[in-house]
Design a protein around this ligand. Structure first.
Ligand SMILES: Nc1ncnc2c1ncn2[C@@H]1O[C@H](COP(=O)(O)OP(=O)(O)OP(=O)(O)O)[C@@H](O)[C@H]1O
Length: 231
């Protein structure tokens, strides 16, 4: 079963086409990089999969379901901007996630928070931007979801912590789940990716496994991206 399937999917904002007849599938057990230049439609696709937007044309399915009440319990979503309540402490946030999501693994979250030295009694508003991002990513990855949608997960995180964060992404999902990561930090992220989707001006221009890219093109995903999207 595909975790995510787009069939002839289009999305327009008024007269602005953001996605143009997109066809793609994401299978269980895969970590997929959604890569493209600014304005290519990555966030739009992620918001459609999360049910925050509705298609203008075509169809998008998560585990064979249209985005809605059922898929909300299957999808764990990290938005582009942090949106956790600033007044809460990390401890309160853990309680909040536990109450809100039956699939939340509190122990796993606690372990990661501890590893990164994040204090449970510190309020979110007292944290630096990067620390807030780490906390939110930890919460999102601690759910036992079928589909993780991560929109720019490590943009504000220092390079030394990126590897830890990426390893938590690999280590915290089951083979029955899939992860879609939208990012511009391709060189950092490509070591954890199984597949990539290149998107440009709302159209999929390449969907391939990372191994195929390395074998066929004899280059890294980062190098191929720079070649395909050279300005
Ligand atoms: N609310 C909106 N109203 C009108 N147009 C929008 C809206 N949101 C996005 N767009 C347009 O849709 C297109 C795709 O935008 P989107 O945010 O999906 O791109 P992106 O690939 O995520 O970009 P970035 O890498 O810069 O975050 C762009 O042309 C953008 O200007």
């Amino acid at each position: 079963m595909s975790i995510l399937a787009c069939k002839d999917l289009s999305k327009n904002y008024g007269a602005v086409p953001a996605l143009n007849h997109v066809n793609l599938t994401v299978e269980a057990g895969r970590i997929v990089g959604l890569l493209g230049p600014n304005g290519s439609g990555k966030t739009t696709l992620i918001k459609l999969a999360n049910g925050l937007l509705t298609p203008s044309e075509g169809e998008l399915l998560v585990c064979d379901e249209r985005p809605g009440r059922i898929t909300h319990s299957l999808v764990s979503y990290l938005p582009e901007r942090t949106c956790i309540p600033l007044w809460m402490s990390t401890q309160q946030l853990l309680d909040f996630y536990k109450d809100f999501y039956p699939d939340f693994r509190r122990e796993a979250a606690m372990e990661m928070l501890q590893h990164l030295g994040i204090r449970l009694n510190q309020r979110i508003k007292q944290m630096s931007k990067g620390t807030r991002e780490k906390v939110q990513l930890i919460m999102v990855m601690s759910r036992q979801a079928s589909l993780y949608l991560l929109d720019e997960p490590i943009g504000g995180v220092d390079p030394a912590t990126r590897d830890y964060i990426l390893n938590t992404i690999i280590g915290n999902y089951s083979p029955d789940a899939a992860v879609v990561i939208s990012t511009h930090l391709i060189a950092d992220v490509e070591k954890v990716l199984d597949d990539v989707i290149f998107i440009n001006q709302g159209q999929v221009v390449l969907q391939s496994s990372v191994d195929e890219i390395r074998e066929r093109n004899n280059m890294s995903v980062d190098a191929l991206f720079r070649e395909v999207f050279k300005c």
